[in-house]
Design a protein around this ligand. Structure first.
Ligand code: SDX
Length: 440
């Protein structure tokens, strides 16, 4: 479905110029968009730090309606995907444009399964890192290094190479993620097992040891698979935009995924799940919540409520709803009754959602608010939370990378700027120069 152009135009009146007609575009869903590309030929460009009101591309993959709390992947609502499919079906959906038939699903699952192992020499790459390295630092390095192992199919213009790269990344990210965990605790790497599900295999590689099998709990396996689904893709978020911008120069897909991992790591983005759990632990008790709510409102205090707010959602994040239900399922299955962090989370949400500051700014819990509690209950260490987000988001990143490379008029991304520095000036001879005012 291409964008629907209904010949509407916006008229821009700039003093000294004839009125400029700017086409108004309309996608199949979402608001109308003013196409400002013609501005350049009139010597003007737009200013929109953080791209709050700027579309960087056209895409068919995901649609979000922030006001209504809607998230669609290729048209399917996230709540239906999270409860009626599994992560590999969602990977197939994102890559191919629709959900697989039973035969297609079986074939896809088999292809992914036979790519879960990593090259033996990658094991020694881990040894270059200190044992106490943050797993996200390791993942940034290892993901980029994958291009050194797969240069035999890095022709980004070859659809078969693009598909094989997507399969390799979907299959290998859980293996690499579990390896980053095992390396950090000094345990041997566990090889993937072909008879386990995608989520079950990850749990096995995380928690099994050569001395003891890990028995996959089906409730935990389903909860983790659902967490993968809820993190799979989310339009042009910071990390996906980083992958697209890196890819727009023709960079290889593994280097672009490394750029996505690096961007996701920030606490304002994918690092929020780790930051949120640490915040809940720091709050510690329900009684201390008002103190932290006050800090979140204090403009002089950089503290923000991690897991709250979203650039697009000005309603409840539909993923947070599913995540909250899954959280209660996991705690029930594990017979965890008085989970102090959950008590703080539930009370924090209740207070925040009745507080004028948060209501006025439409700050609701987002996908990161409850995910950390589930991962913590499963026994996954806090510094692995964003690694799991990166594992799950890899399908979104590579699908957008493919969509961008399939776009016939895709161009290198090169934003402009408003220059506010020094006007032209001449260099003074060294002996005549005054001290430069210290900045750092
Ligand atoms: C993800 O883009 C995506 O789709 C991302 C993601 C994905 O799937 O890829 O959904 C995943 O990154 C979710 C967001 C995770 N981040 C956090 O939970 C960190 C805490 N949240 C904030 O840092 C913030 O809400 C952002 C970064 C998520 C959104 O920031 P915006 O859109 O730039 O909003 P803003 O900073 O302009 O905030 C608007 C107002 C400000 O107050 P005023 O200047 O109007 O007085 O709301 C306030 C902010 O100070 N505010 C918060 C707040 N978030 C915004 N105040 C307290 N606590 C918060 N969490």
């Amino acid at each position: 479905m291409s964008e629907v152009t209904d010949k509407k135009v916006a008229i821009l009146n700039i003093p000294g110029l004839d009125p400029i007609e700017l086409p108004i575009l309309k996608g199949t869903e979402g608001p109308e968009v003013i196409d400002v590309r013609a501005l350049g030929s009139h010597g003007y460009f737009t200013y929109d730090p953080g791209f709050v009101s700027t579309a960087s591309c056209k895409s068919k993959i995901t649609f979000i309606d922030g006001e209504k709390g809607i998230l669609l992947h290729r048209g399917y609502p996230i709540a239906q995907l999270a409860t009626q499919t599994d992560y590999l079906q969602v990977c197939y959906l994102l890559l191919n444009g629709d959900l697989p038939s039973a035969d297609q699903y079986a074939a896809f699952k088999k292809r992914v399964t036979y790519h879960t192992m990593v090259h033996e020499q990658i094991n020694s790459l881990f040894k270059a890192f200190r044992r106490d390295s943050h797993p996200m630092a390791i993942m940034c390095g290892i993901a980029g290094a994958l291009s050194a192992f797969y240069h035999d199919n890095l022709d980004i213009y070859d659809p078969e190479h693009r598909e094989l790269t997507a399969l390799r990344l979907i299959a290998k990210m859980p293996t690499l993620a579990a390896m980053s965990y095992k390396y950090s605790i000094g345990q041997p790497f566990m090889s993937p097992k072909n008879d386990l599900s995608y989520a079950g295999n990850f749990l096995h590689m995380m928690f099994a040891t050569p001395c003891e099998e890990y028995v996959v709990n089906p409730v935990i396996e389903k909860a983790l698979d659902r967490i993968f689904i809820l993190h799979a893709d989310h339009e042009q978020n910071a990390s996906t935009s980083s992958v697209r911008l890196a890819g727009s120069s023709g960079a290889n897909p593994y280097a672009c995924i490394a750029a996505g991992i690096a961007s996701l790591w920030g606490p304002a983005h994918g690092g929020a799940n780790e930051a949120c759990l640490r915040m809940l632990e720091r709050i510690g008790t329900v009684e201390r919540i008002p103190e932290f709510i006050a800090k979140a409102k204090d403009k002089k205090d950089p503290f923000r409520l991690m897991g709250f707010g979203h650039r697009v959602y000005k309603n409840y994040d539909p993923r947070a709803t599913v995540m909250r239900d899954t959280c209660h399922e996991v705690l029930k299955e594990l017979n965890i009754k008085d989970h102090p962090i959950l008590d703080v989370a539930v009370e924090l949400e209740r207070i925040a959602r009745s507080d004028e500051y948060f209501i006025e700014r439409k700050l609701y819990p987002n996908v990161d608010f409850y995910s950390g509690i589930i991962l913590n209950a499963i026994g996954i260490p806090t510094n692995m939370f964003t690694v799991i987000f990166a594992l799950a988001r890899t399908i979104g990143w590579i699908t957008h990378w493919i969509e961008m490379n399939e776009e016939p008029d895709s161009r290198i991304g090169r934003p402009r700027q408003i220059y506010i520095g020094n006007p032209t000036r001449d260099v003074k001879p060294l002996a005549e120069r005054p001290d430069c005012p210290k900045k750092f």
